[in-house]
Write a protein that binds this ligand. Structure first.
Ligand code: NAP
Length: 490
């Protein structure tokens, strides 16, 4: 079975098994599961379906490889990551086609994701040789204080389906840079890209004579049962999870058993605030990126457009015209700008939120319905006259729908922006430095774009506050998540 843009030669070499201790093989139970193309709803790959025993074998391998891997000099760990970066970039077109096949996003976006995802390898290759510590005299003068960093140990990495390469590399690269070995549990909707990245790391490590088993991967449709034994096992020392707040909360409870180091990148509900003095055209341009990237299926997607009364009409009309002009089509079609949603459940959820908003008085300026035909398409949509407490505003939409809520004063804008349990990303458009400073200080979010609709960058700390999570990925902080601090009084 092949997707249309994937060459048979490329598909023939794609791994579809379980990677344990440097070897690919079938799941212990022998079962497989289907991966489907969201643009057609047709199955395109069969992947091994791991059972709990496979996950335990994967942890065995990660634990066995840990001493040898932490002993590998940082320079050699760095050079492995740099080589993997180069191989990902060299194969960007093939990997992009694979992302489009399993996740649906337009090829140009998939290619941009490959380059963004590869960037984590390059950034953490650079960080691997910069694990610093501290030596200083204690204030008492009685002894020296020596502070160093150690790898935290075998780590479980659980990733979501919306950015199949970037969510994996954002965790694998800092873990390896810090000297940790890993077990990866990719999303069951989009496991193929992670399997390919793992194979590239495996083969590159093998060619360099580095330990086998530094990266182990267990695709499965039974995420809970398969990962549960690992949380019970004292050899696991860390969990890094990206996904919904609901699952993150459950995993934090499980992680408490062995007091695991935990990083949680959870759901968002990003406000996109357009102040009365904003450059409206710039705001429209930023809004298109913040809303429509990956059809709105991004944790940092603008979820609510809070627009001052004075510019609400102008912004809504120009934004709706630009959104309405977007080409919604399968990601492989030339000119496609907005791809399908991931599955039927996503279409139903988005549809339900739009219907609820309309039933409560919102007006549809463009879009508003699912597209007929095969695949999981929903029209890019702009709604005005939406109540600040409508479900479409308080829930994470995860689709190409932009609800506009008008406000009358800066105080009201900040109150609305912060009136949510979430605090991942936020965006603010203003030409006033004073307003920008206030937005930077007052909006409760881990990441804020000022006059920008895109914040993601491998070299910057990515993460949220409140129910959006714990810890940061990328930047200097990304590697610290995989390091213990050890203090010696000398
Ligand atoms: P999800 O349902 O929470 O799933 C995320 C991952 O957790 C998947 O690999 C899933 O496996 C696995 N999982 C589900 N239940 C589990 C359990 N009981 N034990 C262990 N693992 C379990 O989230 P999603 O629908 O894939 O992703 C969308 C959510 O992720 C949104 O809320 C979005 O905001 C958030 N997200 C956050 C960030 C961030 O950086 N903050 C980035 C991207 C996405 P299966 O695939 O088999 O279900």
């Amino acid at each position: 079975m092949t997707a249309t843009m994937l060459s048979p030669a490329f598909v023939a070499h794609l791994p579809t098994g379980i990677l344990v201790g440097g070897h690919w093989g079938p799941a212990a139970g022998g079962a497989t599961f289907e991966v489907t193309d969201p643009a057609t709803a047709e199955p395109i790959f069969d992947v091994s379906d791991a059972i709990p025993a496979d996950a335990v074998r994967a942890l065995d391998a990660a634990h066995a490889a840990a001493p040898a891997w932490r002993a590998v000099p940082p320079r050699e760990r760095s050079e492995l990551l740099r080589a993997v970066f180069a191989r990902l970039v060299a194969r960007a077109d093939d990997i992009a086609a694979l992302i489009t096949a399993e996740a649906g996003k337009p090829l140009a976006e998939a290619r941009a994701e490959v380059l963004y995802g590869a960037e984590f390898l390059r950034w953490f290759a650079e960080q691997a040789v910069r694990a610093d510590g501290l030596v200083r005299m204690a204030p008492s003068g009685g002894n020296a204080q020596y502070v160093s960093r150690r790898p935290v140990g075998p780590s479980l990495l659980i990733t979501p389906w919306n950015f199949p390469i970037a969510m994996a590399t954002r965790k694998i690269a800092p873990a390896l840079a810090a000297g940790c070995t890993v077990v990866v549990k990719p999303a069951s909707l989009t496991p193929m890209t992670t399997l390919l990245v793992a194979e590239i790391i495996r083969s590159e490590a093998e060619a360099r004579g580095l330990p086998a088993g530094i990266v182990n991967v267990v695709p499965t449709t039974q995420a809970g049962p398969v990962t549960e034994p690992l949380f019970e096992d004292p050899r696991l020392r860390k969990v890094s999870f990206t996904g919904s707040t609901r699952v993150g909360q459950a995993l934090l409870a499980q992680a408490s058993k062995n007091v695991l180091r935990s990083s949680m990148e959870l759901g968002g509900n990003a406000p996109f605030v357009v102040f009365e003095d904003a450059d409206v055209d710039a705001a429209v341009e930023g809004a298109l990126v913040a809303k429509l990237r990956n059809s709105g299926q991004s944790c940092v997607a603008a979820n609510r457009f809070l627009v001052h009364d004075a510019v609400a009409r102008t912004f809504a009309d120009r934004f709706a015209a630009a959104v309405g002009a977007k080409v919604t089509a399968p990601g492989t079609r030339p000119g496609a700008e907005v791809g399908p949603l991931i599955d039927e459940a996503a279409v139903e959820k988005v549809s339900g939120l739009v219907d609820d908003a309309v039933a409560h008085g919102a007006q549809v300026l463009t879009g508003g319905a699912r597209l007929d035909g095969p695949g999981h398409f929903f029209e890019p949509t702009v709604l005005t006259g939406v109540d600040a407490d409508a479900r479409i505003v308080t829930e994470e939409i995860f689709g190409p729908v932009a609800p506009i809520v008008a406000f009358g004063s800066d105080d009201e804008a900040f109150e609305l922006a912060n009136g949510t349990p979430f605090g991942l990303a936020a965006y603010a458009y203003t030409t006033s430095l004073a307003r920008a400073r206030r937005a930077m200080d007052e909006i409760e979010a881990g990441m804020i774009g000022i006059n920008r609709g895109l914040v993601s960058d491998a070299s910057a700390p990515f993460g949220g506050v409140k129910a959006s999570g714990l810890g940061r990925e990328g930047g200097e902080a990304g590697m610290e998540e995989y390091q213990e601090t050890v203090y010696v009084a000398l």
